[in-house]
Design a protein around this ligand. Structure first.
Ligand SMILES: Cc1cc2nc3c(=O)[nH]c(=O)nc-3n(C[C@H](O)[C@H](O)[C@H](O)COP(=O)(O)OP(=O)(O)OC[C@H]3O[C@@H](n4cnc5c(N)ncnc54)[C@H](O)[C@@H]3O)c2cc1C
Length: 407
């Protein structure tokens, strides 16, 4: 059988794409391949669960637009299909003079991005969140939380209900593109499709290379380690509470996140991972590590962010230092309040020059489209990203070109 579309990866990006493709065209034969036994087993199921409002991104950029549209689409999807979510609002808290200086431009950026932020002084902040301490804060009401795995399960249900085929335990090991079709090889057999979309997250560069695409980047895994607050502190905050981010990094800093189940997570940090899909603290893969060490971009990026990396590693190894990051804005949290919580691993595309790509990156050939970099807020933005991918597949205009979707 020849499928109209084959999609690899059932994280939220692959699922949003599959659902959209299946819904826009009746009688389309779509095959969704997943190497694990269920959806959302990697980044999508190991993230903070935040619906980002689109605070930080360049106004007018696709990243800003997709985040705004994605947040609205995510809320609507959750309302329509009963997915656990809550519009909690978010506080970005400045705790020292240099952060205070960066708060003004951040507020302007919120306004430019169409949000309705509110600047709070020390007293206003205290009144809103008595446990949070800071010199000032921005309140963004549009941010919220969601259960992304539940969203994925619903997307998968709809995809299958509309006739989509889902195959788990099927690891793609090779891709051959011909002028009239594309062959997708796996340990369980070869599948033939008219077009292929690859949304492989932490394996994105490997799948691009399977097809011989000269990608010029590697996925470097950055662990995001979390704790959760002990249950007695479940009601401590009602907003998401974030520090003012370092503008040179694509990570937002250790934050407090109330979850849909009532618990509060603390994190994530950003430390070097030594195994792409290894969530245990000391997980190590010789293949992943050797590939990383033999890539010049890894060394350049590590040198460029050496001080930050060192600080994060110290905080990871020494719980007291990790807690100190949180105590800057929530002084009552003590080391004993932090309980273990599973880590996540970011698939971060890094160029040969050592630049961490903040943007989404797609690569397209005549019959294939690879999502090469889909960092945060790709979970929030998944619905418009899926729509965008469908539009690109419908037209041949993108073929052969690299698309840096977001700037
Ligand atoms: C710690 C952390 C916190 C984050 N917090 C947020 C947040 O709060 N809000 C937000 O919007 N975003 C957040 N993100 C980002 C967000 O989680 C990701 O951008 C998003 O989940 C990416 O989805 P994906 O479908 O591209 O990748 P993934 O969810 O990683 O899915 C990729 C899928 O491809 C499959 N696959 C890979 N290789 C193969 C193969 N060879 N054959 C078959 N299948 C294959 C994998 O098994 C996996 O199921 C966070 C990410 C991390 C790691």
């Amino acid at each position: 059988m020849k499928y109209d579309f084959i999609i690899v990866g059932s994280g939220i990006v692959g699922l949003a794409t599959a659902r959209r493709l299946q819904q826009v065209k009746e009688n389309t034969h779509i095959l969704l391949l997943e190497k694990e036994n269920s959806p959302a087993r990697h980044q999508t199921g190991h993230n903070s669960g935040v619906i980002h409002a689109g605070v930080y991104y360049e106004p007018g950029s696709l990243k800003a637009r997709f985040c705004r549209e994605g947040a609205a689409a995510t809320y609507a999807f959750c309302r329509d299909y009963g997915i656990p979510h809550r519009q909690t609002g978010k506080l970005i808290v400045a705790t020292n003079p240099s952060e205070l200086e960066r708060l003004g431009p951040l507020l302007e950026r919120c306004v430019d991005n169409g949000l309705n932020p509110e600047m709070l002084d020390q007293a206003g902040l205290r009144e809103l969140e008595p446990a949070v301490k800071g010199a000032a804060a921005i309140r963004v009401q549009e941010s919220g939380i969601v259960d992304y795995p539940a969203m994925c399960n619903e997307m998968l249900r709809q995809f299958c209900e509309c006739g989509g085929h889902y195959l788990t335990g099927c690891e793609v090991t090779g891709i051959t593109e011909h002028s009239l079709e594309v062959l997708v090889h796996s340990r369980t057999g070869t599948f033939t499709g008219n077009k292929l979309v690859v949304c492989a997250g932490l394996m994105a560069d490997r799948l691009a290379r399977m097809q011989g695409l000269d990608e010029g980047f590697r996925i470097i895994p950055y662990r995001g380690e979390y704790f959760r607050l002990r249950p007695a502190l479940d009601g401590l905050i009602s907003h998401l509470v974030y520090p003012v981010p370092d503008p040179t990094l694509p990570f937002l800093g250790v934050h407090l996140t109330p979850q849909t189940d009532g618990s509060i997570t603390v994190g994530p940090n950003a430390v070097q991972g030594w195994k792409r899909e290894g969530y245990g603290r000391f997980n190590f893969s010789a293949r992943d590590t050797l590939e990383m060490l033999s890539f010049a971009g890894f060394w350049r990026a590590s040198l460029r962010h050496f001080r930050h990396g060192l600080r994060e590693t110290r905080n990871s190894l020494w719980k007291k230092a990790y807690v100190a990051e949180v105590q800057k804005y929530c002084p009552q949290i003590k080391s004993a309040d932090l309980l273990p919580h599973p880590a996540g691993i970011r698939a971060q595309a890094v160029t040969g020059e050592g630049v961490l790509l903040h943007d989404f990156l797609l690569k397209q050939t005549a019959r294939c489209l690879h999502v090469c970099n889909a960092p945060s807020p790709a979970a929030t933005s998944a619905i418009p990203i899926g729509r965008h991918i469908c539009e690109r597949l419908a037209g041949a205009e993108g073929a052969g070109r690299e698309a840096r979707l977001l700037n």
